[in-house]
Each structure stands twice: as structure tokens, then as C-alpha cells.
Design a protein around this ligand. Structure first.
Ligand code: ADP
Ligand code: MG
Length: 238
């Protein structure tokens, strides 16, 4: 589903590398956390996958399409297979819940009929069927994020990318959002979540790819946020 092969990237000639020789592979159907402190390079991974930025070297393949030398006009087709969720929800305030989700279908040319059938289904998936007529400003943060998730999955993307989806939410709400994302994954969507939320990662016990200063320092199944390493003096550190 996703392949990073020796990917290096810097935002400008003068900037240091935001990612350095990053390699990992995510299979179709996986649920993966990309973790690391602020500035470690998590969002850069997301921006490369969504073709917002381009790698300087190495190769990225998403759903069988190589992003190296991808043509501008091919980018919308790559993005069609990717649902995106962000920390700040990015909903349209003048549209209600239904319309926010429907908008993502209108953009790709879906018919009224398809929209009226599909939007209630995804609103049920995220538990917001009853709030379809409400505006984002009338919803809690957790509910707004569930609208954003509904919008991200309404066109049945193969990959769901979430960049700090619980960054603005309290721990209980964060856990609910994770449950929704896990359910979407159970139904077959590959899910990649960037986060620095220790507790969530520890509770979920999923694959963890840890980035530090642009370098992948750990890639571990059923892992927690913290890890042990032996320092040169032979002392166990956590
Ligand atoms: P994270 O999401 O883990 O906080 P980022 O991927 O946003 O990290 O950033 C990785 C590095 O790239 C940081 O050093 C950051 O300052 C730098 N960076 C991010 N975005 C830009 C940008 N638009 N221009 C220049 N440097 C950037
Ligand atoms: Mg970030």
C-alpha cells in the first residue's frame, strides 16, 4: 500500500533534511502509528504521501503508483485513494454536517443519488447520523473530528492518513476517535496515524514507526510509545 525507499527530503536548499534515508513498507489493511516529538518529520511523511511536497531522493510508492516524477495532472488520482484527517478538523463552517461530508463527493462528481445514499452510511459509521443537520460550531471537538473522518472515508479511500487527529481532544474523546479509526481499519482501510500521544499509542498496541530528527529509529509491531535501549555503558534506558 505504502512504500518509502531511502527517502530524503528538505524543504529548501538551505534547510537541513526533514527526512533522511527513510524506508518502511505498509501493507494493505495495516494500522500504523508514526510517532516522534514535534519537528521529527511526521507531517512531512503525510505531505509526501499526499503529494503536497516532493522527495529530493529515494522512491515513494502509494497504491502501486510511484510518486517520483509524478505529473501534476496525475496527482488528483493519487489523492482520490487517500483520505486525510488533521488536528484542526478543517470543516466548512457555513455547511452542516451532511453538507460537509457530501462536499467531498461532489468534488469527485458523484450524483445526488449516490450522495444521499452514501453520506448517511458514513455518518452512521462515525456515530453522527442524528447530527446531520447541525453546523460544526454546534458540535464538540470530538464530534467535529468524527465529521472530518466521515468526510475522509466517504469516497472509500484505500488509505486513511491522520496527522495528530487527537491533538486538540481530551483523553476520553481521543480514545473514542481511535476506536472509530480502528473500526474503519477493521473494514479494510489501511490507516496511518501521526501522533505524539503516548497514552494512546501505549493503549492501542499497534505497529509503531518512530521518527527522530528525520530518521526512522524504530519500527516495531504491537509496540508502546516508549522503548528500551542499551546505551554504550551497558545501562538499560527507557
Ligand atoms: P512533525 O510533524 O513531526 O512535528 P514536520 O514533518 O512538520 O515534523 O517537520 C520536520 C522538519 O521539517 C522540522 O525541522 C520542521 O521545522 C521542518 N519543516 C516543516 N515544514 C517546513 C516548511 N514548510 N518549511 C521549512 N521547514 C519545514
Ligand atoms: Mg506534525
Amino acid at each position: 500500500m505504502v512504500d518509502f525507499h531511502n527517502v530524503s527530503m528538505s524543504y529548501s536548499k538551505k534547510s537541513p533534511l526533514a527526512l533522511r534515508n527513510v524506508s518502511f513498507h505498509v501493507n494493505s489493511g495495516e494500522f500504523v502509528f508514526v510517532i516522534g516529538t514535534s519537528g521529527s518529520g511526521k507531517s512531512t511523511v503525510v505531505k509526501l504521501l499526499s503529494c503536497e511536497e516532493q522527495a529530493n531522493s529515494g522512491e515513494i510508492v502509494v497504491g502501486g503508483t510511484s510518486l517520483t516524477r509524478i505529473k501534476q495532472r496525475a496527482i488528483p488520482y493519487v489523492r482520490r485513494n487517500i483520505g486525510m484527517v488533521f488536528q484542526d478538523f478543517r470543516l466548512i463552517e457555513t455547511k452542516n454536517v451532511f453538507e460537509n461530508v457530501a462536499f467531498a463527493m461532489e468534488i469527485v462528481g458523484a450524483s445526488k443519488r449516490q450522495i444521499n445514499r452514501q453520506v448517511p452510511i458514513v455518518l452512521s459509521t462515525v456515530g453522527l447520523r442524528q447530527k446531520a443537520a447541525m453546523r460544526p460550531s454546534e458540535l464538540s471537538g470530538g464530534e467535529q473530528q468524527r465529521v472530518a473522518i466521515a468526510r475522509a472515508i466517504v469516497n472509500n479511500p484505500k488509505l486513511l492518513l491522520a496527522d495528530e487527529p487527537t491533538g486538540n481532544l481530551d483523553p476520553d474523546t481521543s480514545e473514542q476517535i481511535m476506536a472509530v479509526l480502528k473500526e474503519i481499519n477493521r473494514e479494510g482501510t489501511t490507516v496511518m496515524i501521526c501522533t505524539h500521544d503516548h497514552d494512546l499509542v501505549d493503549r492501542m498496541k499497534q505497529r509503531v514507526i518512530e521518527v527522530r530528527n528525520g530518521v526512522v529509529i524504530r519500527d516495531e509491531e504491537r509496540a508502546g510509545y516508549a522503548y528500551c535501549e542499551i546505551n554504550p555503558e551497558g545501562m538499560l534506558q527507557t
